[in-house]
Design a protein around this ligand. Structure first.
Ligand code: MTE
Length: 315
């Protein structure tokens, strides 16, 4: 890491949320593990997540058969630096975040730029449920039942010009509501970007709901991107602007620490983060680590987008 970045707070490494830690302690105590009997981590049975305090999605799994995480985990273990760098503080700090009225400006290199009210987006583009894995760069993951609509359907509606090659996304800048935006360490507003062909892939969605209900503020209400084959930091929250460009957009994390967070950010177990391995991950609510899958398990749908590219250079 360059010297001038040494004091810059970057994505913290994995921290276990307190309620899961307590579960684990209870489990270990019950299993006699805290009293001294040694076990191999791989032999320890998995604990299920805490009982959900919110709506139930009982029995739902992703296409690999893994159960969705509890509503409580999904809504109380959040990365959202505009509110806090502490994952468990985001939910209480964002509880009064104003998500109405809300507009999303879609423009740049398009024939039909438009400012959409959030209600119009939700009625124009049919909402569907997509159960996706979210793999955070910090090597934890969750399975989340989103509802939303395909990003491609919105991009097609504004008619990209042939010069358009990238899509840039921007989060609301409102330091009165989002106290973290007062931090001088980050180039606010949060920005992200995709290549246009990535953005047009059917897996990429704009999510407006979770567990069949409106998206909670801490998860990016009223509208956030979900790009399931990329590390979670690409999935930008509280979007107010989408711009088509001919040059690669700068992104918050690749500006703060370019050697750690690339533009592509495809989930790749073979390319380590400079400070930790990306070969495995901890599914929130489980004890044993599981191997990380190439493109987070979505290779069939997206590997072709990167044919001929060196993914170690284009991390
Ligand atoms: N979007 C904004 N605007 N600000 C953020 O700090 N964090 C990212 C991403 N989107 C972030 C953001 C990171 S690092 C992750 S892992 C995911 O949101 C987490 O989404 P979740 O809290 O809904 O699980």
């Amino acid at each position: 890491m360059p010297d001038n970045l040494k004091s810059v707070p970057v994505l913290s490494s994995e921290i276990t949320p307190k309620h899961l830690y307590m579960n684990r302690r209870d489990f270990l105590k019950a299993a006699g593990i805290l009293t001294g009997s040694a076990v191999l981590a791989a032999c320890v049975p998995q604990v299920s997540s805490t009982q959900s305090a919110g709506p139930s999605a009982s029995g739902k799994t992703d296409e690999l058969g893994d159960p969705v995480n509890s509503y409580e985990d999904i809504t109380n273990y959040n990365n959202y630096y505009e509110f806090s760098t502490n994952k468990e503080a985001v939910a209480p700090l964002s509880k009064d975040f104003k998500t109405h009225p809300w507009t999303v400006e879609v423009g740049g290199l398009v024939s039909k730029p438009k400012i959409y009210a959030i209600e119009d987006l939700m009625s124009m583009f049919p909402q569907e449920e997509r159960i996706y894995r979210l793999r955070c760069v910090e090597a934890w993951s969750m399975v989340i039942p989103w509802s939303g609509f395909s990003l491609a359907s919105l991009l097609k509606a504004v008619e990209p010009l042939s010069k358009a090659k990238y899509v840039r996304f921007e989060t609301l800048f409102d330091p009165k509501q989002m106290q973290g935006e007062g931090s001088p360490f980050y180039p606010w507003p949060y920005q992200e970007g995709l290549r246009l062909d990535e953005a047009m892939n059917d897996l990429a969605i704009l999510a407006t709901g979770l567990y069949g209900e409106a998206l909670p503020a801490q998860d990016g209400a009223p509208i956030r991107l979900v790009v399931p084959w990329k590390y979670g930091f690409k999935s930008i929250k509280a979007i107010v602007k989408i711009e088509l460009t001919d040059t690669k957009p700068s992104t918050l994390w690749s500006t703060v620490a370019p050697n750690e967070y690339g533009f592509y950010a495809n989930v790749n177990p073979n390319v380590d983060h400079p400070r930790w391995s990306q070969a495995s991950e901890r599914r929130i609510g489980e004890l044993a680590r599981r191997p990380t899958l190439m493109f987070n398990g979505y290779s069939d749908q997206v590997a072709h987008l990167y044919d001929g590219m060196d993914l170690a250079l284009n991390y």
